[in-house]
Design a protein around this ligand. Structure first.
Ligand code: NAP
Length: 293
């Protein structure tokens, strides 16, 4: 089994910067690239090597992690003459940690395999704090041999990495995660709206229902923020809308009928149209408060 010495990291935003930092601290040689160069400066100052493009980064690396924003960004980084697949050495493991389309993950796996390059999809949950504290949950799709080789690297960034199945299985698992969050968030908001309509004090209601079987992370963490008028992003509403749309497309392709997911997509699309895409997901409460649902 080849040893991983040099890791490439592309996408150094909220999540990627912290994740890459853990790999550097663990002693890996790190090559970095990001669309906006300034976001790499802290890592370069700490010893990482700046590469001006994916094509120039790829040949130096034993494993390359990408965590960019949207599926279109993933396409740009992986495909074409200047992309990772055309420029990585056979045997280099490609890991896309972006929350992206399962069918795109399968396409990357097939195109990479044709050049002797293993590819994994490995989206994460745990948010910016999970990235900072190296406590992410990593949901992986792809071949077992590549997973086992990449596992020590995953263990530097997260507390749990599970191979869920073949190419795209990591993205499908992340979609299941996002669908469950949508239901918990909408349930928490409707419970709060109902309590307020009944003339109750929603904070006091939370004391009764939060610890019981109605409790969820969304109910116990997001409702206090909503009631405080704190709509700052932990997770951007615009990124959640992206995820809901990926999940809805995949569900339709699989002929899975998911009415809650359809409603969530409609409500988050409305939030975006109302200019709330840069707020946190809990700002969905504002849509209920203003009667726009
Ligand atoms: P972000 O802060 O916007 O970071 C994305 C980074 O990727 C940006 O620095 C961006 O460059 C860079 N990038 C985009 N396209 C690129 C390209 N073609 N070439 C090179 N760099 C490119 O977003 P994030 O919050 O880290 O999220 C990243 C992904 O993780 C998203 O898919 C998100 O849904 C997912 N995720 C996020 C969280 C969270 O809590 N934030 C949790 C779980 C999963 P610029 O600096 O030029 O914009």
């Amino acid at each position: 089994m080849p040893t991983i010495n040099t890791i490439g990291f592309i996408g150094l935003g909220v999540m990627g910067n912290a994740m890459a930092g853990h790999l550097l601290a663990a002693g890996y040689r790190l090559c970095v690239y990001n669309r906006t160069r300034e976001k790499a400066q802290n890592l370069v100052d700490a010893g990482a090597f700046w590469c001006p493009s994916p094509a120039e980064l790829a040949p130096h690396c034993d494993l390359i992690i990408t965590i960019v924003g949207y599926p279109a960004d993933v396409e740009q980084v992986y495909f074409g003459d200047a992309g990772l697949i055309a420029n990585a050495r056979p045997g280099t493991i490609l890991v896309d940690a972006t929350t992206s389309r399962p069918d795109l993950a399968a396409r990357i796996h097939a195109a990479a395999a044709a050049r002797g390059i293993p590819a994994l999809d490995a989206p994460v949950s745990g948010g910016d704090l999970g990235a900072k504290n190296a406590t992410l949950t990593i949901m992986v799709g792809g071949d077992e041999a590549a997973f086992l080789e990449a596992k020590p690297v995953f263990d530097r960034m997260g507390k749990m990495a599970i191979l869920q199945g073949g190419p795209g299985a990591g993205q499908h698992t992340k979609m299941a995660n996002q669908i469950s969050i949508a239901g918990c968030l909408m349930g928490a908001i409707e419970a709060t709206t109902y309590a307020a309509a009944a003339g109750l004090d929603p904070r006091k209601v939370l004391l009764s229902i939060g610890p019981g079987s109605a409790g969820s992370w969304q109910l116990n963490n997001m409702v206090p923020r909503m009631l405080d008028g704190n709509f700052a992003p932990g997770f951007y509403a615009k990124h959640f809308l992206k995820d809901l749309r990926i999940a809805l497309d995949a569900a339709r392709a699989m002929k899975a009928n998911l009415p809650l997911l359809e409603l969530a997509e409609r409500l988050f699309a409305k939030m975006s149209a109302e200019g709330m895409g840069d707020l946190g997901t809990q700002a969905l409460y504002k849509l209920y408060e203003s009667g726009l649902v």
